[in-house]
Design a protein around this ligand. Structure first.
Ligand code: FAD
Ligand code: NAP
Length: 551
């Protein structure tokens, strides 16, 4: 597997000790920095990229777009910000989100504490001082009381080990590490490997430029049309009039998004009613579709009815019946892989210059100087786009050598899969916090909502430590064991573990097969986190240290 690293070498600047080091300047890192400053804490953010934005900095591929509506996929912490910012479309484009995040960084004057083009490589906890030493690829070694990971759930890009890539004479790209300069595919023969959310967004956009597009598909995914459209000012104003109320309502939902969550189970309605409901949601567009009935994630038969509806739509859209059959997923329950949201994806296959290669029937045997070879043919290509995904949830952490109490490596502790308490801390690694860590709802939600909830929780914990002169916090092993069990039990009660997905680590050879996020619902999870605080941070152990957290 090829890891994607981009940090360049720079002269080393001395870095003074700080209260907290934060990894990453995406949505999580920016808001964490803002909250740390509010607490009067000195923080240093290290970011591998040369700008803020995280996902939206790296994913500049054609067609990149959010699939949560813009009025919801945005920070809620500043009323002025949410009132003043104007979105132009129902689902924002990558450029627009990146512009928003740059605006946030400037508006709250965050850049001065962010060191760009710097990758954190190692972090070691010292029990005697209660501090971390954090090291970077620029040679920095910073002492910090707290080490906070905001490195992202989908930031560790993955290019599969296909033999011969080094011999390819054309250009190749990974969607998650797209060049900053414009990539013009006009007149080119382009191969795309991967048909997850990234591929499904990129393929129609690439097909608008390229002279030929060859899609290499191993497994088809379910995709729902976005029906994206401009967002009229009046609609935004209406939403903004009740913004606080909308945000509060979203907090108690399963995914932190104001979808219409169906209150009935499939067997409770007639076949006609069921089809009408699916049709209504299809016409409305977006991931709202998979919430049509309340048993779609737990009852395979019910799920089949939704899956069949989408397969029927695919067959009705794609003119070549053989291609339609290849695009219609039959290997997994709909929604148990992240549902895709597209603009003209299935229609793209009706264009004469777009073709689909079924890698199940004819696997790739290698990349050659002029293209991709399967066991049936060689496809001549000028460019290859890898839309092959991420080492999700744990990948960014795994790429840092993190050592906790007694020099124990995090990788060693997590050999059989990540173990956390609430997805926020892992025992034996005091003062290390995860934002949207494994075992939290994270990527099953509107991630910005999950981020704000985690950052606020961490900030409250730090404030508690400040006001009680405490220097060190750790998760208790018993609480962690109980939480890990709960995460697994909740997942086992759903259809999710029946599918080989990145939620299960299944896309990374050798990665333990463990359901990574907490699937019990964001609203429930948030209540649990609140209860932990009201029960005196139940399951966390605090102790003073020679230095307490700065007052
Ligand atoms: P990121 O945005 O991933 O930022 C992490 C940052 O940490 C990166 O900039 C990275 O360079 C940096 N970093 C990592 N490791 C290191 C290190 N060792 N040293 C220094 N820097 C480091 N979520 C949704 O809710 N809705 C969506 O529609 C949606 N669409 C998505 C589309 C794409 C293409 C992808 C990849 C993800 C999408 N997500 C979506 C998930 C998205 O990742 C989150 O919504 C959110 O942007 C995550 O923010 P973050 O700050 O936690 O992580
Ligand atoms: P992904 O969902 O993991 O999809 C990767 C694709 O690459 C799969 O089709 C996979 O096939 C294929 N693949 C991987 N290795 C391969 C190999 N060796 N040979 C052939 N095919 C291979 O990754 P992603 O599309 O980047 O999406 C990741 C996540 O990011 C999404 O699930 C979503 O959470 C987020 N995202 C969201 C949006 C959005 O709409 N807002 C857009 C992009 C990404 P197999 O299934 O057979 O392994």
């Amino acid at each position: 597997m090829t890891h994607i690293h981009t940090a360049k070498q720079h002269p080393v600047e001395p870095v003074d000790p700080v209260d907290a080091v934060v990894v990453g300047a995406g949505f999580a890192g920016l808001y964490m920095l803002y909250r740390l400053r509010q607490l009067g804490l000195k923080a240093r953010v290290f970011e591998a990229g040369d700008g803020v934005g995280g996902t939206w900095y790296w994913n500049r591929y054609p067609g990149a777009r959010c699939d949560v509506e813009s009025m919801q996929y945005s920070y809620s912490f500043s009323e002025e910000l949410q009132q003043e910012w104007q979105w132009s479309e129902r689902y924002p484009r990558q450029e627009e989100i990146l512009r928003y995040m740059n605006h946030v960084a400037d508006r709250f004057d965050l850049r001065s504490d962010i060191q760009f083009e710097t990758r954190v490589t190692a972090a070691t906890y010292h029990d005697d001082s209660g501090n971390w030493t954090v090291r970077t690829d620029r040679g920095d070694a910073v002492e910090a009381r707290f080490f906070i990971s905001a490195g992202g759930c989908l930031s560790a890009g993955r290019v599969p080990d296909i033999p011969g890539l080094d011999r390819f004479k054309g250009k190749w790209y990974h969607t998650g590490n797209w060049p900053h300069e414009e990539v013009d595919f006009t007149g080119q023969r382009v191969g795309v490997i991967g048909t997850g959310s990234s591929g499904i967004q990129a393929i129609p956009a690439i097909a608008r430029q390229a002279s030929q597009v060859v899609v290499f598909q191993r497994t088809p995914n379910f995709s729902i049309p976005a029906w994206n459209r401009p967002l009229p000012l009046e609609d935004q104003q209406a939403w903004k009039a009740d913004y606080a109320e909308h945000r509060t309502k979203a907090l108690s939902t399963r995914s932190g998004i104001l979808y219409e969550y169906g209150q009935r189970a499939v067997p409770e309605v007639s076949e006609d009613e069921r089809q009408q409901e699916y049709e209504r949601r299809w016409k409305r567009g977006g991931a709202n579709f998979v919430h049509a009935f309340n048993d779609l994630f737990i009852n395979k038969q019910s799920n089949d009815s939704a899956a069949e509806f989408v397969r029927h739509k695919i067959r009705g859209t794609v003119k070549d019946p053989k291609v339609a059959e290849l695009l219609a997923p039959t290997d997994h329950a709909i929604g148990t892989k992240r549902i895709c949201v597209d603009t003209g994806y299935y229609e793209t296959y009706n264009q004469p210059h777009v073709s689909l290669v079924d890698l199940r029937a004819t696997p790739i045997t290698g990349i050659v100087s002029n293209g991709i070879r399967t066991d049936a043919a060689t496809y001549e290509l000028d460019s290859i786009v890898f839309a092959t995904g991420y080492d999700a949830v744990t990948g960014a952490l795994d790429r840092i050598d993190i050592c906790g109490l007694g020099g124990k490596a995090l990788k060693e502790k997590w050999t059989a899969g990540p173990r956390t308490y609430l997805g926020i801390m892992t025992s034996g690694f005091p003062n290390l916090f995860f934002i949207t860590g494994p075992g939290s709802p994270s990527i099953l939600t509107n991630v910005v909502v999950a981020i704000e909830q985690h950052v606020d929780w961490i900030a409250r914990c730090l404030q508690h430590m400040q006001s009680h002169s405490l220097g060190v916090v750790d998760a208790q092993t018993a609480a962690e064991d109980e939480w890990v069990l709960r995460v697994n039990q909740v997942a086992a009660g759903t259809l999710f573990p029946t599918t080989k997905s990145w939620y299960m680590g299944a896309n990374i050879p050798g990665k333990p097969s463990v359901f990574l996020p907490f699937v019990g619902g964001f609203g429930n999870y948030r209540v649990i986190c609140e209860e932990v605080i009201s029960n005196g941070y139940k399951g966390f152990a605090f102790r003073p240290s020679r230095q307490s957290v700065s007052q």
